[in-house]
Design a protein around this ligand. Structure first.
Ligand code: NAD
Length: 501
């Protein structure tokens, strides 16, 4: 077994803690164990939180100019070295290198946005709201903020939150997924190099024990969680009960609705990219194609021919699609495919038997497409989180919208059409947080906010953009009266409720 231990991070250095528990981290393309990650005990978690608590007031007191300079330095270093971070992501997650670097670039957008914190955090001022009285507002950091992230974006998802949290003057405890924990440490070391003071960015490695410590600790002011819906619901409920501010982003089942007037080549390219990119392990992946009317007859052959050109293999070797994250996850995806066949869906492309030369022990599932899927089948109802696309046939636009709106999830949806009127109607009627019109993976850019509806997000606030700035700061409003020393005051007793005059 490898002796490479993936540690926690406190005070700008690795930290072992006292727990001897670890979990294996694997390279999904080879199946080999590449290291073992620490699993924090409750005491370890509290030690990490304590260092962040100690660092928070000093960081918050630093001038906006000095904080921004450090965030900007982090941005420069990340931009220069994003290929290094991409390689770490590929080695533990499995996604192909281009995709891993793309994930870093999307995270970098949020760092760009956070560099504007001096403007974003400005308060308001109103003079003379009543005679001799002014009002102003300000936003202050929360203190220690907790971020709990999933395996599928080990760099981008933490970066949805921590650039803004840090720029706004908070100290961060990041609990990455135990499946691919090294990206968090690499980013922590980059913060050190950028000049971030000790304790402002900490990494807590672990599982439920570490998560529960963050949820319950009175020293953690907020939780930003991203993961599956059952855990998101649990995190939201437990952290809310503990009095914290919570944003808990959950799972998804994203539909792409295709109308008969869509451009079929654009649609086919888009569906293949969105269903099989990152082996379907994206919360914004398209897993259901809703084909309206006869469009499927011309679309399906286009999808089949494109899937036929995809190269599945080790993400470091220039392939289009890599492995899935673990052996257990591969087995779960395959059992869903078995279930779809048993339930009577027509399997058009079967990824179960894929073999990858030179990588016999990797966690492989090939692109898989089912036609004639019905809404009672588990391949339709459940989030599979793998390269499995279900085609549901409907007769009308209205049926398609009804199908999308009946889903308990509301993360992303796409409409492919040549009609502006249909698109406008769709964006008004569909009950989903992020909508793409002729765009398959509509991940909002950093200065807008990312988040779904219904079981895809618990809490009010979406990630990044102005919602992120508001989440990581608390508002104060100050009403003040300063007497003019050149005039004598005329005090009067007034017990009635104060009104403006
Ligand atoms: P997961 O829910 O298994 O894990 C997410 C985090 O929760 C990890 O840090 C993990 O250690 C922790 N965790 C796991 N089990 C726990 C438990 N019982 N108690 C407390 N904490 C626990 O999710 P995952 O498999 O890592 O990621 C895939 C999921 O994340 C998918 O459902 C995907 O849709 C979702 N996701 C959603 C978004 C979004 O924006 N809505 C983005 C990315 C991923």
């Amino acid at each position: 077994m490898s002796e490479h231990i993936i540690e926690h991070w406190v005070n700008n250095a690795p930290f072992s803690g006292t727990s001897s528990a670890t979990a294996d981290v694997t390279n999904p393309a080879t199946g080999a164990i590449s290291g073992r990650v620490r699993l924090a005990s409750d005491a370890d978690a509290h030690a990490v939180i304590a260092t962040a608590k100690k660092a928070a007031p000093g960081w918050a007191a630093l001038s906006l100019a000095k904080r921004t300079q450090i965030v900007f330095r982090f941005r420069q270093l990340l931009d220069e070295r994003k290929a290094d971070l991409g390689a770490i992501i590929t080695s533990e997650h499995g996604k192909v290198l281009d995709d891993a670097i793309g994930e870093v670039s999307r995270g970098l957008e949020v760092v760009d946005f956070a560099c504007g914190i001096a403007h974003l955090i400005k308060g308001e001022f109103s003079e003379q709201v009543s005679t001799g009285i002014d009002v102003h507002s300000k936003r202050q950091p929360l203190g220690v903020v907790g971020i709990i992230s999933p395996f599928n974006f080990p760099a981008m998802v933490p970066m949805w939150f921590f650039p803004i949290a840090i720029a706004a003057g908070n100290a961060v405890v990041l609990k990455p997924s135990e499946k691919d924990p090294s990206a968090a440490l690499w980013m922590a070391d980059l913060w050190r190099e950028a000049g971030l003071p000790d304790g402002v960015f900490t990494v807590l490695q672990g599982n439920k024990v570490a998560v529960d410590a963050l949820l319950d600790s009175p020293d953690v002011a907020s939780i930003s969680f991203v993961g599956s819906t059952p855990i998101a619901r649990y995190v939201y409920e437990r952290a809310s009960l503990a009095g914290k501010r919570v944003q808990a982003l959950g799972g998804a089942k994203n539909h792409m609705v295709v109308l008969p007037d869509a451009n079929l080549d654009l649609t086919a390219d888009s569906i293949v990219n969105a269903a099989f990119g990152s082996a379907g392990e994206r919360c914004m992946a398209i897993s259901v194609l809703v084909a309206v009317g006869p469009v499927i007859d011309e679309l399906l052959p286009r999808i089949q021919s494109r899937v036929g050109t995809l190269r599945v293999g080790d993400g470091t070797l220039g392939c289009n699609m890599g492995p899935v994250v673990t052996r257990e996850h591969r087995d779960k995806i395959v059992s869903y495919i078995d279930g779809g066949v048993s339930a009577g869906a027509k399997i058009v492309i079967d990824g179960r038997e894929i073999k990858v030369a030179d990588r016999p022990d990797g966690f492989w599932v090939g692109p898989t497409v089912f036609d004639h899927v019905t809404t009672d089948m588990e391949i339709y109802t459940d989030e599979i989180f793998g390269p499995v696309l279900s085609v549901v046939r409907v007769d009308t636009y209205e049926e398609a919208v009804e199908l999308v709106n009946s889903s308990p999830y509301g993360n992303g949806v796409a409409l492919f059409t040549g009609s502006g009127g249909a698109a406008r109607r769709f964006e008004n009627e569909v009950q989903v947080g992020m909508i793409g019109i002729n765009v398959p993976v509509p991940v909002p850019t950093a200065y807008y906010s990312f988040g779904g509806w219904k079981d895809s997000l618990f809490g009010d606030t979406h990630a990044h953009g102005m919602e992120g700035v508001r989440f990581f700061t608390r508002a104060k409003v100050i009403t003040s009266r300063w007497l003019d020393p050149s005039t004598s005051p005329s005090p009067e007793l007034q017990l009635a409720f104060p009104t403006n005059d």
